[in-house]
Write a protein that binds this ligand. Structure first.
Ligand SMILES: [Mn+2]
Length: 351
């Protein structure tokens, strides 16, 4: 299913209006994006707990299983489905977090896509599929936006009015995830001020930054290591070494017994290579379809390249899908990147 409403039907809310909106609704169902990352789960749990502090009823669902390393964010649950919701709970208000467009809801796109009341997001490319939206494309993470809402409603800060730790922990985990541990371009002094408010609460509860980072990255599952091995075996360069590329074919997935989740991190392995401006990673998504992840160095824009294939994302982290076999999908993305790089270097030949 596609967007049920024209973009003009979506009411854009400021942070203050969104805070008021949350106060005037109840019986919340919060939707994360499929193949969840730390940000969508952190924002979802942070919002769920914020709403509960406000005296509301709120539950979280996600179309995909929760990766093991993120299960601590969902209170050690590996599934969050509508079927698991408490008996008698009937949702009235559907809110998405960190979801830029309906297809990202995965298997829940059809069921909920046309019935979202509010989208809270930090993707400037949000398609405004909901009735109302609070979108700030300048933020590093969606959890920053939830932090802002908590500040708006309760006046939480980093000194004498700390947010509860059950809100701070998921928010901080999401911020660490989506800012690349404060490495990426969207990190600002304000990001660090919000991080300070989260961390003050975390420490006050006897927890630590290191503990959260350890939960997120401290122990790499073996399949992820095998995925890295497979990736390095396939690693290829184009455009004079300015583009790095890895493709996982269905056969590679089978040979190494890999799941989608196992190979998610591969893009980060191939982006930080000397001379590489843009990295692209292809993985099979059903019969004859490849899902592409794109990353780039500051100053280049892979979201624009992804948009040519109907995708989107952030300037330095984007994605799209291309139909066809691996060779034709590779050829299509390389040629698009080649053009974009040539434009960037004002006509310099790319070979
Ligand atoms: Mn995010």
């Amino acid at each position: 299913m596609t967007d049920a409403m024209p973009a003009s039907a979506c009411r854009l809310l400021s942070r203050a209006e969104c805070a008021l909106w949350l106060q005037t609704h109840n019986q919340y169902l919060i939707l994360c994006h499929a193949h969840p990352d730390g940000d969508t789960l952190g924002a979802g749990m942070g919002l769920r707990n914020l709403l509960r502090v406000m005296g509301k009823t709120a539950h979280l669902v996600c179309a995909s299983p929760i990766p093991e390393r993120l299960a601590f964010l969902t209170e050690e649950r590996t599934q969050c489905t509508p079927e698991q919701l408490p008996a008698g709970f009937e949702w009235e208000t559907v809110v998405t977090v960190d979801v830029a467009s309906v297809p990202l809801l995965g298997d829940y796109a059809e069921r909920f896509g046309g019935a979202v009341h509010l989208a809270i997001d930090h993707h400037g490319t949000n398609t405004l599929f909901a009735e109302a939206a609070c979108v700030d494309g300048t933020l590093s993470a969606c959890t920053e936006l939830i932090c802002n809402l908590g500040e708006e409603i309760f006046g939480w800060n980093d000194t004498d009015r700390l947010m509860p730790p059950e809100i701070a922990v998921p928010l901080y985990a999401g911020l660490l995830t989506d800012s690349g541990s404060f490495q990426y371009g969207a990190v600002t002094p304000r990001t660090h001020r919000r991080a300070a408010a989260m961390l003050a609460s975390v420490q006050n509860a006897g927890l630590s930054h290191a503990r959260i980072a350890e939960r997120l990255w401290g122990s790499r599952p073996l399949p992820q290591v095998m995925a890295a091995k497979a990736a390095y075996e396939d690693l290829r360069f184009f455009c004079g070494g300015r583009v790095s590329l890895v493709t996982f074919t269905p056969k590679t997935m089978e040979t190494y017994h890999l799941t989608d989740e196992d190979i998610d991190d591969v893009i980060n392995l191939i982006r930080g290579i000397a001379g590489v401006r843009a990295a692209v990673h292809l993985k099979p998504r059903g019969e004859g379809v490849y899902k592409l992840s794109l990353r780039c160095a500051e100053g280049f824009n892979v979201a624009r390249v992804a948009a040519r294939f109907g995708g989107g994302g952030h300037a330095c982290a984007a994605g799209c899908t291309i139909e066809g076999d691996a060779a034709s999908a590779e050829a299509a993305i390389i040629s698009a990147l080649e053009e974009a790089l040539a434009e960037e270097s004002s006509g310099e030949a790319c070979n």
